[in-house]
Design a binder for this molecule. Structure first.
Ligand SMILES: Cc1ncc(C[n+]2csc(CCOP(=O)(O)OP(=O)(O)O)c2C)c(N)n1
Length: 333
């Protein structure tokens, strides 16, 4: 077991506080109509930040679902810059620079899981060091892609970490309607790989588990399925109203175990955090997200950009749509 040092815990916490602060800002921007519908990170910060800190941004890959980018600062400032482009609907938001080992967001549930196995196996074939960590939710663990990818990864011994963020809900579907298995980690047995449940509100525990899975993968001992148990503290997306289906006592209990407050209290006890550190981190996070928004808004976007990157050549229908978007005289016929 590799417990993170106090300094590592503190830098994870900076990323967690930044993510929480920026999530609040994004919420307001969405309500002001400046960015589109998005899935808030609230409640997932410890798991995502600790995972990023247990990995090596120079060699390891992260394949996110859609909730993670604000806590992936360790993998480079481009992650936030591209996330803001994505949120304003710019196609460049789905294309990260090659030097950044983070894949674009994935909305089609679980499709990133087989991609992760393919990427990891490709790295093995090319003798490239590193592991691939793929994030997905409890709901995504019911998709066929999860089972196919888990099975293949087990057979190949691919260097993958399957990181299931079990936040208890898939929009309004509670976990007990998702699976009859006692834990999602139990499913690892069917793949012939290691499976572990961790407290996803405990950054140190997540760090340990990811570090151990990483060492195992690098030593050629194959994949691991980590189930991080946490709670979605906000709505599913900015378009959701969880008060219609989340029992109030459940969300109140989850708020008492808020991962950001938990680690903040621990670091404060150690004398490593105080109100000044909190204020400085929040101010820097706000300045950074506003800078990213400004850069995103300044980037030109062609009116027909939505049609790019679908096919090498437009279909006839797309060509008509493109003319229409570009205001050609033939438009609208
Ligand atoms: C293949 C597919 N089916 C359905 C949906 C609609 N959908 C979007 S999010 C979601 C719930 C996902 O839950 P989970 O995987 O637990 O992740 P969470 O949002 O809770 O983080 C569903 C059903 C989708 N995006 N893709």
């Amino acid at each position: 077991m590799t417990r993170p040092s106090d300094d590592q815990l503190r830098s994870m916490f900076v990323d967690m506080v930044s993510a929480r602060t920026q999530a609040g800002r994004l919420w307001n921007l969405q309500r002001q109509g400046q960015v589109g519908t998005l899935a808030p990170i609230d409640g997932h910060e410890a798991t995502v930040a600790a995972t990023a800190h247990a990995l090596d941004p120079a060699h390891d890959w992260i394949l996110p679902q859609y909730r993670e980018p604000l806590a992936l600062q360790r993998f480079g400032p481009e992650v936030l810059d591209r996330y803001m482009l994505y949120n304003i609907g710019h196609p460049a938001g789905s294309c990260l620079p090659e030097s950044v080992r983070v894949a674009p967001l994935q909305i089609s549930l679980a499709t990133q899981i087989p991609h992760a196995v393919g990427l990891a196996w490709g790295m093995t074939l090319r003798d490239e060091p590193g592991v691939v960590t793929v994030f997905f939710g409890d709901g995504s663990s019911s998709e066929g892609d999860f089972y196919e990818a888990g099975n293949l990864a087990g057979v190949l011994g691919a260097p993958v970490i399957f990181l299931c963020m079990n936040n208890q809900w898939a929009i309004s579907t509670p976990l007990h309607q998702q699976t009859a298995a006692e834990t999602i980690a139990d499913k690892a047995a069917a793949f012939g790989i290691g499976g572990v449940v961790v407290d996803g509100n405990d950054a140190a525990e997540v760090y340990d588990a990811v570090d151990e899975a990483r060492q195992r993968a690098l030593a050629g001992r194959g994949p691991t399925l980590i189930e991080a148990r946490l709670y979605r503290l906000g709505p599913h997306t900015t378009a959701d109203d969880p008060s219609r289906y989340v029992p109030p006592e459940e969300i109140e209990a989850a708020r008492r175990d808020d991962p950001v407050q938990r680690l903040g209290a621990h670091l404060t006890d150690l004398g490593l955090w105080d109100d000044d550190a909190q204020a400085a981190t929040e101010a820097a996070a706000m300045a950074r997200i506003d800078e990213a928004l400004e850069m995103a808004l300044a980037r030109p976007i062609a009116p027909d950009a939505v049609l790019d990157h679908c096919f090498a050549q437009d279909t006839q229908r797309m060509a008509r749509q493109r003319d229409s978007l570009l205001g050609a005289p033939e438009a609208g016929r």
